[in-house]
Write a protein that binds this ligand. Sequence first.
Ligand SMILES: Cc1cc2nc3c(=O)[nH]c(=O)nc-3n(C[C@H](O)[C@H](O)[C@H](O)COP(=O)(O)O)c2cc1C
Length: 362
Amino acid sequence: MADNDALPANIHCARDYEDLARQVLKAPTFAHVAGGAGRDTAVAANLAALEAVRITPRVLRDLTHGATTCRLGGRRHPIWLAPVAFQELFHAGAERETARAAAATGTCMVVSTLSSLPLEEVTGPDRWFQLYAQPSRQATLDLVRRAESAGYGAIMLTVDAPVHAPGLTSLRAGFRGGLTPANLRDAPPVDTSLAPGEGRVFQGFLRHAPTWADVEWLRGHTRLPLWLKGIMHPDDARTARESGADGLVVSNHGGRELDAAPASLTALPAIRATMGSDFPLLFDGGVRSGQDVFRAIALGADGVMIGRLQAYALAVAGALGVGHMIKLLREELEVCMALSGCASLADIAQADLSGRPSAGGN
Ligand SMILES: Cc1cc2nc3c(=O)[nH]c(=O)nc-3n(C[C@H](O)[C@H](O)[C@H](O)COP(=O)(O)O)c2cc1C
């Protein structure tokens, strides 16, 4: 963790924050962030799928009216800060630092249920609340009501992590979590007892896991827009819309849940094709550059969320680092737009690509 936050001299692109964070963070903490589920194959797949998409240069267009305005809420740019738990691991100011960067850069910050600070203490003009369903509907509703009272703009229910097995990278590096999420300090203890013959996964963790019925129930209990995060199959996307979701995040949780999952990018075209051009879709998983932002938008996303780079920039230089990282991503996106003849995000959706995953595949 940086002692006094200042921008390091040797950052030339957003991804450079990864290398610096490796030097700044304790090895187990870096492994916890960088690693994924199992042997990190889904993490690698996310990066490789983005890299494989090549963008054809287009020339001599007048782009002086160009802008990165996002149709979701008319935001200045299409970059969200993904929910990243326990930010005290990266900076003493935790989520408060990230929120300062979000406010300064006109960025929507999605605050995790597992934040280090209580959700009421993470303030700013554009915040959504990431919800993990709790063992009882009442406890879930308590979190939703707190987020509503605190002025959050949407609820993002994460649906792809009903059970979590730490990955090998994190385990082998000796990362020990053991942190208490501030939002859940008063939560009653969960009954984890098993009857003879019952299994730890199905009858243990999954006993309290949410189902589609809970999504419908939640839809009926908040007026805030409801997003589902962690959708990878077109049929799930369709069911989500039928259950009342206002938007979806196409995501494999940064490769941190199912190690055998395909790259999030591979799932995106088919989900966009299924949902039609108007349905709000965010994307995350492997975004490390403005070119990656472009690639995701070209394949159907309205915007992208940034997970690991956020943690790295926070560790290296606090709010300044996160703000700088977003600025670099924006500039990288704009350069990529300029070189491919795109004046708007709508133009990006029509860009010429090669190596793209097909809409038929998932
Ligand atoms: C350290 C860390 C903590 C995370 N915590 C959460 C969380 O609390 N809730 C959640 O929905 N996703 C969480 N995620 C997943 C991110 O929101 C996002 O889906 C993922 O990081 C995107 O991939 P990227 O890291 O390659 O950008 C976390 C990711 C990391 C790296």
